[in-house]
Design a protein around this ligand. Sequence first.
Ligand code: NDP
Length: 409
Amino acid sequence: MARAMIIGAGGVASVCAHKCVQNSEVFTDLMIASRTLEKCQALKDQLDGKETNIEVAQVDADNTDELISLIEQYKPDIVINLALPYQDLSIMDACLATKTHYIDTANYEPRDTAKFEYKYQWAYRDRFEKAGITGILGSGFDPGVTSVFSAYALKHEFDEIHYIDILDCNAGDNGYPFATNFNPEINIREVSAKGRYWQEGEWIETEPMEIKRTYNFDQIGEKDMYLLYHEELESLAQNITGIKRIRFFMTFSQSYLTHLQCLENVGMTSIEPVEYQEQEIIPLQFLRAVLPDPASLGPKTKGKTNIGCIFHGVKDGKKKSYYLYNICDHQESYQEVGSQAVSYTTGVPAMIGAMMVLTGQWQKPGVFNVEEFDPDPFMDALNQWGLPWHEDREPSPVDDTMPEYPVEV
Ligand code: NDP
């Protein structure tokens, strides 16, 4: 018997709500609360008639007082934050005030600068601990499943992990010349920022898209991928013992990159306000308004995603390599829950993370990243709830930058 409140009614929230309703033994009561009430109601209409009791509400998640009164009225056991990274702190404040568990899928972002840092949320550790509530950061796919994969590899396959390469391949085709698969504003902020990876205790910065590799992905084939900074690098660099280097690569098609470069060149990806007809607008927010809504891409997107981690390390004094990954099919996701695989691969782990807290398996006062918990029940739940994982004990390395490991190319 548990009550959950989802904040947000976009692509990820929709998948998470579908999955909570499928898992009605845990999620007996669900509230979907977001800025636009009609979107919450439309989602409820798709889900009604199942075991879970669903309610909807309008809320401005930037407003902590509004959140507090909604939480006091509904009394959820957990708040699942699937709005945007800008709302993380106001929602955490409301959870603190009402002593309610908290979970999200993306780190807090100040609106005016792209940071991708956990420091704002890690600053809540003591207060969550004192309040006796659990705060879980980054329970999507990446961060989220990639972080749990890392904890699982360290627990079962290695004494020390030296290198992690996280590979995020989306081979989906949505039929548009340019569209992002999740919130365009957040996505473009992420890919147009400088690249960064962690090596021997320090961050190495690169120009955006400076480092390119080609990888042959299972069930997809060869794809070009580019080194990006991604938020799980920060916490994994701290939480995985013995790590020497950790990098993140994402695949992009040439068409996506050409469009992005053109938009950047003309200033459309900027988050600096500009004046237009006596009004201040932020170019990236305007761009978001003219791009397709990611939640509408479901029926059009075909192909698969393949996301996972390649580990190199030592077990019982011997060097070894190990690859854990998931493959998700856009059309199958759409048929099951009405959303494409990028929303699916994020919404399912959000439900699983909430279930871990509600069933007491991941309950610990404080604020934690997902790799700090026992990965085993989460890994089992991935297989059960639609994101089965694959193992490869002889993966091809990404490149020949690990001289002490034999490279088969
Ligand atoms: P969407 O833009 O589709 O949905 C965001 C939702 O939040 C919308 O329903 C929006 O309302 C609502 N919202 C925004 N601001 C407020 C506010 N002030 N008050 C109340 N509701 C608000 O985004 P996605 O579903 O694609 O992404 C959701 C989250 O998941 C993001 O934080 C994203 O970064 C994260 N994510 C994480 C991934 C991972 O693997 N870890 C991968 C993909 C996404 P409205 O409908 O009115 O606009």
